[in-house]
Design a protein around this ligand. Structure first.
Ligand code: PLP
Length: 407
């Protein structure tokens, strides 16, 4: 029997044939750092894929989890409620200026719920012909079937064609917004993280407010302060009907996501017993009280630590260093919003050093210097916890600069 060096553990988006767990196995998290099994301390420069907010193992979140785990670990939301999920629904909807929250687990499951909600919304509203979804070019909304369908990154998607459906990019043809079969438009606000921290030109959102029959804003990567406001769509003056949040919702501790909606969406699902208008969707762990307690503690820390002001100040402080980095011949572009930054390298100007790609070679060298990041194509990611200091980020930038100067 073939066994992996991870003892049977199969890692996502990872070629297991050459993965070396001795080089990358994490055993502890402390603030903005991860400790690997060799005792190396690493700055978590991707916030463990855009999840960690106030640092790893934050005592306030850890104690909220422990306290809740000893009181009510789980009870289903299928036809029942719990006070922690209710409090989180109240808190989240108040933060977003919306009215109702539907809980799931990972980001993709919040997107999946949003898409099914949009379809059933139009059925309940008497327009069942609205079945088509529009999206941005280069979109990414997750790896489940419907989330993949509204995504546009071919390497993640093409081989799964038989289980996806066709969706269209409205931003290259605005007339699509006028079609009578459109159920909803889904967008990532400001930053397309998985496309390589791409910045969407603001004019691509301009038509949405008046023309989208239902507007779904996916804040799974951008939400909870990463772009310098609590939610990125605040900077675009968009008023969505549905917002998806995940990742940073629990501060990076437990899997919890939410599909948050305006009253008119929720109201379309109300009706008598025989009408069958209730939302036909749900997951076993929806609204898990422990995860909801973690989310409440995470959200409370934003006020206590003035996290948004901190992100804005740090993002300003690191701008000159990023500008210098952008001047390197090995760098094609430095782009970002708040603390979501991508450094796109010129691969022909960087050595591979036996790594999968030049960007991987740089990321591996950064690991040696105490930073954990993961490239997206030719883009080196700098998406650190919001609790990072500008000194910590400057060290990352200066080590990266040094490596790129050496090539
Ligand atoms: C914008 C966006 N939506 C959805 C997802 C999917 O989230 P998850 O990986 O938690 O399923 C991601 C993940 O990176 C994302 O960036």
């Amino acid at each position: 029997m073939l066994t992996t060096r991870t003892g049977g553990l199969w890692l996502p988006f990872t070629q297991m044939e050459n993965f070396d767990p001795a080089a990358r196995t994490f055993v502890r998290g402390e603030g903005n750092y991860l400790l690997d099994s060799a005792g190396k301390r690493l700055f978590d420069a991707t916030s463990s894929i855009w999840t960690t907010v106030h640092g790893h193992c934050h005592p306030a979140i850890v104690s909220a989890i422990a306290q809740q785990a000893s009181q009510l670990d789980h009870s289903t939301l299928l036809g029942a409620s719990n006070p922690v999920a209710e409090e989180l629904a109240r808190t989240l909807t108040a933060l977003l200026g919306m009215e109702y929250a539907f809980f799931a687990s990972d980001g993709a499951s919040a997107v999946e719920a949003a898409l099914k909600m949009a379809l059933q919304y139009w059925q309940n509203a008497g327009e069942p012909g609205r079945t088509r979804f529009l999206r941005l070019v280069d979109s990414y909304h997750g790896d489940t079937a419907a989330a993949m369908s509204v995504s546009d990154i071919s390497v993640f998607k093409t081989r799964f064609g038989p289980i996806t459906f066709e969706t269209l990019p409205y931003n290259i043809d605005l007339s699509l917004l006028e079609r009578e079969d459109v159920a909803a438009v889904i967008v990532e606000p400001i930053v397309q993280a998985a496309a390589g921290l791409r910045i969407v030109p603001p004019e691509h959102y301009a038509a949405l407010q008046s023309m989208a029959p239902l507007l779904i804003v996916d804040e799974i990567a951008t939400g909870f302060g990463r772009t310098g406001t609590m939610f990125a769509h605040e900077q675009l003056a968009l008023a969505p009907d549905i917002v998806c949040v995940g990742k940073g919702l629990t501060g990076g501790t437990l899997a919890l996501s939410a599909t948050v909606v305006k009253e008119r969406v929720y109201e379309a699902f109300l009706g008598g017993h025989g009408e069958m208008k209730q939302f036909f969707h749900g997951h076993s762990y929806a609204g898990n009280p422990i995860a909801c307690a973690a989310a409440l503690a995470n959200i409370a820390l934003f006020k206590k630590d003035e996290t948004i002001a901190h992100v804005q100040a740090v993002a300003d402080e690191i701008k000159p260093a990023l500008r210098d980095l952008a001047g390197r011949t090995a760098v094609r572009e430095v782009r970002g919003a708040g603390l979501m930054i991508g450094i796109e390298i010129v691969p022909s100007r960087v050595q591979n050093n036996g790594a999968a790609t030049p960007a991987w070679s740089i990321s591996n060298a950064l690991y040696e210097r105490g930073h954990f990041t993961r490239p997206i194509g030719d883009v080196v990611q700098l998406v650190p916890p919001l609790s990072s200091t500008s000194a910590e980020i400057h060290t990352f930038i200066s080590d990266l600069d040094d490596l790129l100067a050496a090539d």
